[in-house]
Design a protein around this ligand. Structure first.
Ligand SMILES: O=P(O)(O)OC[C@@H](O)[C@H]1O[C@@H](OP(=O)(O)O)[C@@H](O)[C@@H](O)[C@@H]1O
Ligand SMILES: [Mg+2]
Ligand SMILES: [Zn+2]
Length: 180
């Protein structure tokens, strides 16, 4: 079973330095939902691992976050796609949790959910270094996109083997070509 793990803000939807705080503010990036649907149609399970410190910071509530994810799934369904699992870290930087990327807690939970000991060879797609680091800790293959904070991330040392693409649609094109 083919599995891919996506970061959310800056990969699936437009990110904001002021945080994405509501379903109204949650806007898909061009081609991202169609890319997920194309992966689904080719047999890929799609999981999302996202930091949502805005919860701990009081910028939005769990209900707001649920509304954002209902919008994601609704718009995806219109494209014939779906996200199979969404896991998020609700904590702030000072909480000392193990699920805030770059720590790998969300990725361990994804591996467990899919009955795997790790995520060896599973693509992780992110716009921030912490997305890639968290996935690589479980054996993921790192993909950086230039959307969101990707251009800023490009200026940093990246995990070995990181492949860089313009956006999620380009990553999907590559994976679908590779696994034809
Ligand atoms: O990219 P993912 O993991 O899906 O979500 C990132 C968001 O939770 C927010 O994460 C914040 O980082 P801090 O949590 O303040 O370090 C900032 O980067 C915001 O601009 C960003 O919207
Ligand atoms: Mg992001
Ligand atoms: Zn956490």
């Amino acid at each position: 079973m083919k599995l891919i793990v996506l970061d959310r803000d800056g990969v699936i939807n437009v990110d904001s330095d002021d945080y994405v705080r509501s379903a109204e503010q949650w806007q898909p990036l061009p081609g991202s939902l169609a890319a997920i649907a194309r992966l689904n149609r080719a047999g890929w399970q799609v999981a999302v691992a996202t930091n949502q410190s805005g919860l701990a910071r009081g910028y939005f509530t769990e209900d707001d976050l649920a509304a954002m994810h209902e919008k994601l799934q609704r718009l995806l369904a219109e494209e014939g796609g779906r996200v199979d699992l969404i896991l998020y870290c609700p904590h702030g930087p000072e909480a000392g949790c193990n699920c805030r990327k770059p720590l790998p807690g969300l990725f361990r939970a994804i591996a467990t959910q899919y009955g795997r000991p790790d995520l060896a060879g599973v693509p992780v797609v992110g716009d921030s270094l912490r997305d890639l680091e968290a996935g690589v800790a479980l054996g993921c293959t790192p993909y950086l996109v230039r959307t969101g904070k990707g251009e800023r991330t490009l200026a940093k040392p990246l995990p070995a083997g990181t492949q860089v693409f313009a956006d999620l649609a380009a990553v999907a094109d590559h994976l679908l070509e590779e696994t034809r």
